[in-house]
Design a protein. Structure first.
Length: 113
């Protein structure tokens, strides 16, 4: 069984990677339409799940969800402050959909705040 400290390390590694990847210049073509939005939803779903595993005993599911969504929003704002990236409300929506999907799954499985 993975210990909470390992999930905490993984969470901060993934959050740091999200910051770096979100603020790097992008290159390359997409394989399919909406690939970027699917990637956003998957990344934030995974980040939220890891946050729950790391910090779920200290914070409610709802608070963690809001915190991860605020993290995504702050990265979109940071992107809009660069000359080579732009903030996108639809990226934020995709981030939020990923978080909400995992939240709904956890709540439906009986993991309530």
């Amino acid at each position: 069984m993975i210990k909470p400290i390992h999930y905490k390390i993984l969470f901060w590694f993934c959050a740091s990677a999200a910051v770096v990847l979100s603020l790097m210049p992008t290159t390359g073509a997409q394989l399919f339409q909406l690939q970027d939005k699917v990637a956003h939803a998957a990344l934030y779903a995974a980040l939220y799940y890891i946050a729950v595993r790391a910090y779920g005993s200290s914070f409610s599911l709802l608070l963690l969800a809001v915190m991860i969504m605020c993290f995504g929003l702050s990265l979109e704002i940071a992107q809009s402050m660069t000359s080579y990236r732009y903030g996108d409300i639809w990226d934020f929506a995709a981030n939020s959909i990923g978080v909400i999907a995992i939240w709904l799954f956890l709540v439906s499985r009986g993991r309530l705040e």
